[in-house]
Design a protein around this ligand. Sequence first.
Ligand SMILES: C[S@@+](CC[C@H](N)C(=O)[O-])C[C@H]1O[C@@H](n2cnc3c(N)ncnc32)[C@H](O)[C@@H]1O
Length: 365
Amino acid sequence: MALAIDTSVQPAETAYDSRQAERFAERLLGALNEASLIAMTSIGHRTGLFDVMAEMPPATVAEIAARAGLVERYVREWLAVMVTSRVVVYDAETATYRLPAEHAAFLTRAATPDNIAVTAQMIPLTARVEDAIIERFRKGGGLHYHDYPRFHEVMAEDSGQTVVAALFDHILPLVPGLAGRLENGIDVVDAGCGSGRALVTLAERFPKSRFLGLDLCAEAIERGREAAREKGLANLHFEMRDLSTEETLGAYDLVTAFDAVHDQKDPQGLLDAVARSLKPGGVFLMQDIAGSSRLEKNLDHPPAPFLYTISCLHCTPVSLAQGGPGLGTMWGEELAMAMLERAGFREVTVERLPHDPFNAYFIAR
Ligand SMILES: C[S@@+](CC[C@H](N)C(=O)[O-])C[C@H]1O[C@@H](n2cnc3c(N)ncnc32)[C@H](O)[C@@H]1O
């Protein structure tokens, strides 16, 4: 998945450059349109409009609304955004709308793991706390996970794309021999497991291994338990635990943490506990946000503005609310490496996977 960023507008260092100013204004106006498209893309995903349109020939508003089970007046307005954003093609003569296959390839559930509409939900989701965040800018403090309606639901969808879909072909092969060990039966714990999508997938594939998911949030744990119950997985359990209080998580052959270390109450404490929890020959597989700890090195990191936004509106406040350091989404690979070393890991490698421009994968022993 390639991301592009407009780097053509850099501030003038000397005299006021009116052409530069004009270009910047144009860019901001363009950003208004792009931000609008993302807000409406989230709605297109949640209402199922993209999925419905991908299956339909060119159709009228009434036909699309009927197929999606939605109110025509709202669908018309949504379609107008999609047409003027050049996402949907409109034929004025027949008053029909068509979602080209090349666009559906990044907007539908069938397009998973390339469904960018899933990620689009992060913007309206985090924007819901704007008033509270402004208050925190003035007075400090943080926000709790329960202050973000739908967070665990969206996170689970995101995990379905970045982790679950790549688990067997890309992520497990990062640790040579791991799939074979899972096949034979090992003990696995996932720290900050959220709704447990990755664990459910692993527990299904490797029935001889034993899996435990740990997370702070009751809602996430309940979602995980329900999924395990639905699949009848006897080798998968979930426990609600605050990992900032754990000296050790137990004794495991594999510890995983998917996008779950930087927003902890005590990230270093968790890494210390993970290091203490590995059996001899055990491995820690940590997926966390790709990027540098140094702002200036992230100028050319394509998703940097998006990631710093999620950091400011979510990852930083949820750590601060727990009394944590608020490392932020973009704590960066340098700091992550230093903290892993401090935790006692002797051998750490970092990998990037082509399907996932947002994350880095740390393999620590
Ligand atoms: C960004 S989510 C990732 C969830 C999941 N690993 C996934 O990939 O979908 C981070 C998770 O860390 C959990 N978490 C944060 N602080 C925690 C703490 N102190 N103890 C245990 N879990 C915590 C949150 O509840 C949340 O589910």
